[in-house]
Design a protein around this ligand. Structure first.
Ligand SMILES: Nc1ncnc2c1ncn2[C@@H]1O[C@H](COP(=O)(O)OP(=O)(O)OP(=O)(O)O)[C@@H](O)[C@H]1O
Ligand SMILES: [Mg+2]
Length: 266
């Protein structure tokens, strides 16, 4: 510990190279379900990491632990930006599969609300809202109510609610799960553009192997429950990526085949 450091549990600033780190993070729920077993990994700042794994293996549980929504069992730890993660923090934005929009206010008002709750100034909120609507191509639909949106628009709006807070870390739990393949591909490209601009640290949970290979710097593969990390695969296609070029690399198909095999898809 360096003199004057904030406490025995905090790391000095110089050691905070990793944005996220878990050490022996396990989770047994009441009733005895062992969801995760000794999960340890580090995610460097600005890295885009995807997590693949069978249904029920503990992916959402892991994400909720990283987001500070549930604690790890005693003996394990989760750190975000060097700090032990005990409760949700403004550094971390989480996008769940089901959106959190209020049905009785417009898309624009829903996006703005997140910033209002954070207490930003009126002019800052107006500028951020304008920019988010523009980047997410929602400006023409800003006065619609959530039920009047298509699935893809609703998903973009849910991203907007998080992005307006400019979190350093984005945790995405199957955000494209309910969308058709074409909309999903389009949103993948938009997500990449946003990420290339902001270089947030991202953990994306997905069931789509090609999506994970296209987007990620790295893919973590989890075992059946209790979830453990059984593979950590670097994906080093050049960036910026675009679907046509990136998917044309022979290594793209090789990664997809390897992961298919690992996940039992034949
Ligand atoms: N709050 C809870 N209480 C009890 N058991 C839970 C709770 N949350 C999750 N579980 C159990 O923990 C296991 C892992 O669930 P989790 O939601 O993390 O899986 P997942 O990998 O995200 O699955 P999917 O791909 O289907 O979303 C499951 O067996 C689930 O039933
Ligand atoms: Mg899940």
């Amino acid at each position: 510990m360096t003199p004057g450091s904030p406490g025995a549990e905090e790391q000095p600033v110089a050691d905070r190279a990793s944005a996220i780190s878990t050490k022996n993070a396990s989770k047994t729920f009441e009733g005895g379900t062992v969801a995760l077993e000794k999960v340890s990994f580090e995610v460097a700042r600005s890295q885009f990491v995807s997590i693949l794994g069978p249904s029920g293996c503990g992916k959402s549980t892991l994400l909720r632990m990283v987001g500070g929504l549930i604690p790890a069992d005693a003996g394990g730890e989760v750190r975000v930006l060097g700090q032990l993660q005990r409760s949700p923090s403004s550094d971390v934005g989480i996008v769940f599969q089901t959106h959190n929009m209020l049905p009785w206010i417009t898309v624009e008002a829903n996006i703005r609300l997140a910033a209002e709750m954070r207490g930003l100034s009126t002019s800052e909120i107006a500028e951020r809202t304008r920019r988010i609507l523009d980047v997410l191509k929602l400006t023409p639909y800003r006065s619609l109510f959530p039920h009047q949106l298509s699935g893809g628009m609703r998903q973009r709006a849910a991203f907007g609610q998080i992005l307006i807070l400019r979190p350093q870390i984005l945790l995405l739990d199957e955000p494209f799960g309910a969308l058709d393949a074409l909309t999903r591909d389009q949103l993948n490209v938009e997500l990449l553009r946003l990420w290339e601009e902001g270089k947030q640290t991202v953990i994306l949970i997905t069931h789509s192997i090609p999506e994970a290979v296209f987007l990620s710097d790295r893919i973590l593969v989890m075992s059946d429950r209790p979830g453990r990390i059984i593979a950590d695969i670097a994906i080093d296609f050049p960036r910026p990526r675009d679907p046509q070029h990136t998917r044309a690399f022979p290594e793209f198909t090789e990664h997809v085949l390897t992961l298919n095999h690992m996940m039992g898809v034949h």
